[in-house]
Design a binder for this molecule. Structure first.
Ligand SMILES: NC(=O)N[C@@H](CC(=O)O)C(=O)O
Ligand SMILES: [Zn+2]
Ligand SMILES: [Zn+2]
Length: 343
């Protein structure tokens, strides 16, 4: 049995860092594990301009613990009204991607896109300038069953998008279904997907074990076991178009433990350990490095990291709660034992 695993330092290709005291509380956990992260723009108000992204990047850099080496990769929040001219400004400012939130699909998505046809000129500018499009892939129609919203999104949005913008690089974020895994596997070199640790480890039973479990509620919501198995197969396949994106999405414990609970799982404190557990359960630890440390950088056209990290087989307990500004936060698996530990 393998007792230690050394990998190229990984990157997180889908991360929520929030702002202010929350940012200061969660950033060290990510900076300890990852060299870079794609930082989601769904703040209140959302990050919709190059100038706002630059200011947000400065707040992130100011919140970094001294001595930490971490590079935030910035994104803009696409709206119906993002002007095509903003794309050149974004590129010049070092922004690497825009994020498509269908309006109302998830946490802080009210300002999202109501109809992608309104964004054609902006998508053309992105294709021309080489900025990526990152997609929260769920339709929002209330009449569509919540467990089907990702599959329906493929037919209604993804297929036309790929047809109209074949050169655009698109990342189907946090995929949760057999349909999405299959779509990405067959879609050609300019379409990729991120996979979270929680969607690799859990099916929807986790939401209801012994009672309603708000800390397992995220969007897209956990699916049936057959979907989880398809995701594990994709992640461990060695295909360079499936890579790590934690979607670590911190919400204060008091907000999660409410009659109406916000969507998001906080996985940053043990992200790599959780992925190692999922890959080990599939007998595929040898595939973890490509998934966590190589394929994302390759798809984004960025250099791979050169430093290394080591995971040791060691039992340790995640704290029950962690500080979160004036509040507290419960990481996924709070109070439970993990079997891998990042050194
Ligand atoms: N994944 C989630 O459940 N929540 C994310 C938003 C998102 O990524 O959809 C958040 O910002 O809290
Ligand atoms: Zn999302
Ligand atoms: Zn997210």
């Amino acid at each position: 049995m393998l007792d230690a695993l050394t990998l190229t330092r990984p990157d997180d290709w889908h991360l929520h860092l929030r702002d202010g005291a929350a940012l200061a509380a969660v950033l060290p956990a990510t900076a300890r594990q990852f060299a870079r992260a794609i930082v989601m723009p769904n703040l209140r108000p959302p990050v919709t301009t190059a100038a706002a992204a630059v200011a947000y990047r400065e707040r992130i850099m100011a919140a970094l613990p001294t001595g930490a080496s971490f590079t935030p990769l910035m994104t803009l929040y696409l709206t119906d009204n993002t002007p095509p001219e903003e794309i050149a400004r974004a590129k010049a400012a070092g922004v690497v991607a825009l994020k498509l939130y269908p309006a109302g699909a998830t946490t802080n998505s009210d300002a999202g896109v109501t109809d992608l046809r309104k964004c054609h000129a902006t998508l053309e500018a992105m294709q021309r300038e080489g900025l990526l499009l990152l997609v929260h892939g769920e339709v929002t129609d209330a009449e569509i069953d919540i467990f089907d919203r990702e599959a329906v999104f493929i037919d209604r949005v993804m297929q036309p998008l790929r047809r109209d913008f074949p050169e655009l690089k698109v990342v189907f974020e946090h995929i949760t279904t057999t349909e999405a895994a299959q779509y990405v596997a067959e879609a050609g070199p300019r379409t990729a997907a991120t996979l979270t640790a929680h969607h690799l480890l859990y099916n929807r039973n986790a939401l209801f074990t012994g009672g309603l479990r708000p800390h397992y509620y995220c969007l897209p919501v956990l699916k049936k076991e057959k979907h989880r198995q398809a995701l594990v197969k994709a992640a461990t396949s060695g295909s360079p178009r499936f890579f790590l994106g934690t979607d670590s999405a911190p919400h204060a414990a008091v907000m999660k433990e409410q009659s109406v609970c916000g969507a998001g799982c906080y996985t940053a404190p043990a992200a790599l350990e959780l992925y190692a557990e999922a890959f080990e359960a599939a007998g595929a630890l040898d595939k973890l490095e490509g998934f966590a440390s190589h394929f994302g950088a390759d798809f984004y056209g960025l250099p791979r990291n050169t430093d290394r990290v080591t995971l040791k087989r060691e039992a340790w307990a995640l704290p029950e709660t962690l500080p979160f500004g004036d509040a507290t936060i419960k990481p996924l698996r709070a109070g439970e034992t993990l079997n891998w530990k990042l050194q």
